[in-house]
Design a protein around this ligand. Structure first.
Ligand code: SF4
Length: 201
């Protein structure tokens, strides 16, 4: 059984709806963690037919041990779905400098917009450097993340860098539910907080 059939059966997948806005080509996927990436990679590969390279750029994740742990889970996912994975720099100091004035903002507030923008910008620049024609992010799979803001940032980076942004809302059509099911099936660690120090329980 190939990976698509295996996952389809494991998550009781009802099928993709609609037509993809693009088909084929290479995409650099900003990945925040393996649970969110699970369904996003599944969709990029089997709905969009894209050649996926994941870019793990997350200087927001605190502490460093958690950052490494999430990366190790990404490695497992990359092996299962057979995609390339690049580890970015852990620019933790840079992230803290950009967000410290907004440390008291609620989750989903202005601090998060800066956090989205920083990670998306690095992804767009990396895609440009590698000659990859598209970029996108796993962030929109989470019900806590605002896809309208994320897509707006992505589109503005498209204008600035010339790399096409794949606008998506991966949580739609049960995307989040399927990401939970794939993670459970593959026994992937699922964290209990978004990532930064300020979001820790
Ligand atoms: S809550 Fe999540 S998105 Fe918001 S700043 Fe922290 S890590 Fe970034």
């Amino acid at each position: 059984m190939d990976r698509f059939e295996e996952i389809k059966e494991a998550i009781e997948f009802q099928g993709f709806k609609g037509k993809p806005s693009v088909t084929g080509g290479k995409i650099l996927l900003h990945t925040c963690c393996a649970p969110c990436s699970s369904y996003v990679v599944f969709k990029l590969k089997y709905f969009y037919g894209m050649d996926v390279t994941a870019y793990y750029y997350n200087p927001n994740i605190y502490p460093k041990e958690e950052y490494e742990k999430r990366y190790e889970e990404m490695e497992k996912l990359a092996e299962f779905f057979d995609f390339k994975l690049i580890k970015g720099n852990y620019d933790s100091e840079r992230w803290f400098k950009k967000t410290e004035k907004l440390k008291d903002e609620p989750e989903g507030g202005r601090r998060c917009y800066i956090c989205y923008a920083l990670r998306l910008k690095e992804t767009a620049l990396k895609a440009k450097e590698l000659g990859i024609e598209y970029f996108t992010t796993t962030l929109t799979v989470s019900p806590h993340m605002k896809h309208t803001i994320i897509n707006r940032i992505g589109k503005s980076l498209e204008k600035k860098t010339g790399v096409n942004f794949l606008e998506e809302n991966f949580k739609k059509q049960n995307g989040y539910l399927y990401s939970v099911r794939i993670s459970k099936y593959l026994k992937i660690y699922r964290q209990h907080y978004c990532g930064c120090l300020y979001s820790m329980p």
